[in-house]
Ligand binder design. Structure first.
Ligand code: SAH
Length: 381
């Protein structure tokens, strides 16, 4: 059995001093930005101007902020928009409909985000931590452990940056406007709770305060930190909750999602149903299909019994095998039988598409591989 990971403890609180990035306007709400700009000796309305460039126009280059006096542009941009993410590599696949970005942070940590275009929407998948402390054995990010929490602005900037990429028309066959954000990149979002919630507030606030996305279009995916799920339900937010269940029984889930040793299947599902009741939002149950591990018909039936009649939708994810892992994806006929049994139990079920496979877009493999292996992994750019 895997040992219990450190849970919902900010690394800052553990005595180690992680190197947090410089302050950025996306760390602050609009009144915080106005106070800061005033402190810098500028009129408060400059906060709105710079915010409008960043969130409204997706512009971060001071040269293009022509409504600001030339002399103050550089200084204000330097103070409010320090560079947080340096692109190390950008890869594309699926004929340009999927783009993955690998970023280096100011302390050298690597994180990644994925931009996915569909005919009717554009989604970004963003990271909330550098690494992850949850130690799920099938997840590449989980193998390396946690480096540090991302700051609010480091989280938001991934979405803003890729919203700019989408706006440039780079995602073929999709609308130019970013519409959806999923916290399914690296890290456990609810273990970086306050920064993630602040980031969500920036993502949903209308410009110039934020990016103006719909709350319903934001999905927070968690291993199931029960107190944090309950706290999230009490915020005045109604984002979609995705629960990484992966097994319907404690014996197997203790192994696949080690935090289950702390909060059992029944407890985490209770918290999910309370979340659904409070927010009116259907909970998404994530289930990676792992050959001969969690894909047996009896587990489908057990899962069906747990979920029948609940405000839930099952998202089956074909396992993306990590290098050196002993596990593989379930064969398609096994997957189909699993889906059939869940649907027979009255549970709405879909199989997740496997966008970004060619560029390791599914689960932290690129960042885990580092940035030393050239562009050999890039598919059709
Ligand atoms: N820590 C959060 C969010 C990040 S992972 C969470 O666990 O929910 C996003 C989803 O991808 C989770 O459901 C996770 O279990 C799943 N995942 C991780 N590695 C995977 C892999 N190798 N194949 C398929 N899904 C994987």
């Amino acid at each position: 059995m895997t040992s219990l990971p450190l849970i919902s403890v900010d690394p800052d609180a553990r005595g180690r001093r992680p190197s947090m990035p410089p302050r950025h306007l996306a760390d602050l709400d609009l009144s915080g930005r106005q106070a800061l700009v005033t402190e810098l000796g500028e009129p408060a309305f400059r906060a709105k101007q710079v915010s409008n460039h960043y969130f409204g126009r997706l512009v971060r280059d001071p040269e293009r902020m022509t409504d600001l006096p030339a002399a103050t542009r550089e200084r204000l941009a330097g103070e409010l928009l320090p560079t947080l993410l340096t692109p190390v590599r950008e890869l594309a696949c699926d004929d340009g409909a999927t783009r993955k970005a690998l970023w280096r942070l100011h302390d050298g940590s690597l994180v990644e985000s994925v931009l996915m275009g569909y005919p009717d929407r554009v989604t970004v998948c963003i990271s909330s931590q550098a690494g992850c402390g949850m130690a799920c054995p099938f997840c590449a990010t989980g193998q390396a452990g946690l480096t540090r929490n991302l700051s609010t602005a480091e989280i938001v900037d991934q979405a803003v940056y890729l919203a700019g990429v989408a706006a440039s028309g780079a995602v073929s066959g999709s609308p130019p406007r970013l519409s959806h954000v999923v916290f399914m990149g690296m890290g456990e979002p609810l273990a970086n709770y306050s920064r993630v919630v602040a980031a969500i507030r920036r993502l949903v606030a209308p410009a110039p305060e934020g990016l103006g996305l719909s709350q319903r279009h934001i999905t927070v995916s968690t291993v199931g930190l029960v107190p944090a799920i309950r706290r999230l339900a009490s915020e005045d937010l109604s984002v979609t909750l995705a629960l990484s269940l992966h097994a319907p029984d404690d014996e197997l889930r203790d192994e696949l999602v080690p935090v289950n040793q702390r909060w059992k299947v029944s407890e985490v599902l209770d918290a999910a149903w309370d979340y659904a009741a409070t927010t009116g939002r259907r909970v998404s149950i994530e289930y990676a299909m792992i050959k001969d591990v969690n894909d047996q018909p009896w587990r489908a039936d057990l899962l069906g019994r747990l979920l029948a009649g609940k405000l839930a939708h099952v998202n089956l994810i074909p396992l993306n095998p990590t290098p050196g892992s002993r596990w593989d994806a379930s064969p398609k006929p096994v997957e189909r039988e699993f889906v059939r049994r869940l649907r027979d139990a009255g549970v709405s079920t879909t199989v997740r598409d496997t966008r970004g496979r060619e560029i390791d877009g599914a689960c932290g493999q690129l960042a885990a591989a580092g940035d030393t292996d050239g562009d050999s992994r890039a598919a059709t750019a």
